[in-house]
Design a protein around this ligand. Structure first.
Ligand code: GLC
Length: 441
């Protein structure tokens, strides 16, 4: 019968299996199979998880100098792959945006500028972290830095550090010339020309004039000083074609036309302006506090010769300090949200933030650190900075911010480089912004 053949084969195989000379090999194989599987599973599950994180190249330097290595030592199950991106906040934003739009984004944590949360959260790219942290813990941070991490009442970003635009000046030169630190735009120009005339400096004032995010961050400060506004977040009213805006632009153009600022200033970002100021050839610089430790490093020609104060304004209106700053969120597409949260807890903790500040001169996002004795010993201007940061000017925290900023960057740059008359440039900027926001300002 046909079915007898398979049965016969089977019996033969069983007898062969139990033959004493092969038996041990077989038993060992049977036992070791699950052991090998278990071992492979354990080995695989103990492989460290890698979290990808992208930031601008200058921002990455202090992280590479210690905090990442310390974190990895304390968390052997997590590696941080820090990717150094281009040196402009808006270009890094473009990279994050492109990767989220294309899907399959490699980023686990998102290092977000203070103006990104609304857009990223509205697009659904971030994990809601509201329930991961208690309100008492959030209360330790500056309220504005926390607000900047919220969208539609939910929290998406924990601030690692804050930032505020400030005016740096050569205290040594001003006091030798008997000039008081300037309070108004007119004082700033007069003091600059005075020091230029006496040959103490080549240039009076340097600021960020390139077409990029830093241009609008600088501009909102001047705009505030002239009593103007960009977009009111509550009503979406647009103020770009108002006379105050044109006065603010006239001031910046004057600095170039009068030779107070170098003609190349319209191509400068933060680092170009900082290097020029640090060379000792400039009296005043608009920048963020990160420039302080660099300008005071041992080989700096201006070490110990500088001071810092809030931006100047007009007789009627105090100057503004733009609120900047960076924080971490979790990408919704990340396969490792728990590890990402562990890393965020670590990098935003008081000790780690303190180290980052001592290293890089960043502005704390934790209120207590403004008065920390070690920090104040190194940066005596920090207690004053708390007040400045609490009254800082916001760039409009709206979901369309990236587009609104791009419009202003383009037209402002055109007005500053004589490609368009300022009034026409600002009329165009205002109407494009209104069209985008679909309301009449
Ligand atoms: C700083 C600020 C950030 C701002 C950027 C502009 O990094 O912290 O908020 O957008 O400068 O260049």
């Amino acid at each position: 019968m046909l079915y007898k053949q398979p049965l016969h084969n089977l019996r033969a195989k069983i007898e062969e299996f139990w033959q004493p000379k092969r038996l041990w090999r077989r038993v060992i194989a049977l036992i070791s199979c699950p052991i090998v599987t278990l071992w492979a599973w354990i080995a695989f599950s103990q492989q460290p998880v890698t979290l990808n994180l992208l930031m601008t190249t200058p921002d990455a330097q202090p992280w590479k100098q210690g905090s990442i290595a310390d974190f990895e030592r304390k968390h052997p199950n997590i590696r941080i792959n820090l990717i150094e991106g281009p040196n402009a906040a808006n270009l890094v934003e473009d990279l994050y945006t492109a990767s989220f739009l294309l899907g399959d984004s490699p980023y686990d944590m998102v290092n977000m500028d203070v103006v990104w949360t609304s857009k990223f959260a509205a697009a659904g790219w971030l994990l809601d972290i509201s329930n991961r942290i208690a309100p008492e813990e959030l209360a330790a941070f500056s309220p504005r830095d926390i607000e900047a991490g919220k969208y539609a009442g939910k929290l998406y970003r924990i601030p690692i550090r804050s930032d505020v635009g400030m005016l740096y000046y050569r205290e040594d030169l001003l006091s030798a010339a008997g000039i008081k630190p300037p309070a108004t735009f007119a004082d700033l120009i007069a003091a600059s020309q005075n020091l230029q005339r006496s040959g103490k400096v080549s240039w009076g004032y340097v600021w960020q004039g390139r077409q990029y995010e830093g241009l609008v961050a600088m501009f909102v400060e001047v705009l505030q000083g002239f009593g103007g506004f960009w977009v009111k977040p509550d009503t979406l009213e647009v103020g770009l074609d108002r006379p105050e805006t044109l006065r603010a632009i006239a001031f910046l153009r004057d600095t170039i036309q009068m030779g107070v600022s170098p003609p190349g200033v319209t191509t400068y970002q933060e680092e170009e302006t900082r290097r020029l100021f640090q060379s000792g050839r400039v009296a005043f610089l608009r920048s963020w506090p990160y420039a302080w430790p660099l300008a005071n490093q041992p080989d700096s020609p201006i070490k110990g010769k500088i001071a810092i104060k809030p931006m100047v304004g007009t007789l009627e209106q105090n100057g503004g300090a733009c609120l900047g700053g960076w924080g971490l969120g979790i990408a919704k597409s990340s396969k490792h949200p728990e590890e990402a949260w562990e890393a965020i807890r670590y990098f935003t903790s008081p000790d780690v933030q303190k180290q980052l500040i001592l290293q890089a001169g960043y502005v704390p996002s934790r209120k207590a650190l403004f008065a920390d004795p070690e920090i104040v010993a190194k940066y005596p201007h920090y207690p004053k900075l708390l007040e400045v940061s609490q009254n800082a000017v916001l760039r409009p925290p709206i979901a369309q911010y990236a587009q609104v900023s791009d419009i202003l960057q383009r037209y402002l740059s055109a007005a500053l480089t004589n490609r368009l008359p300022p009034d026409r440039a600002m009329q165009a900027a205002a109407s494009e912004t209104r069209r985008l926001l679909s309301v009449k300002g």
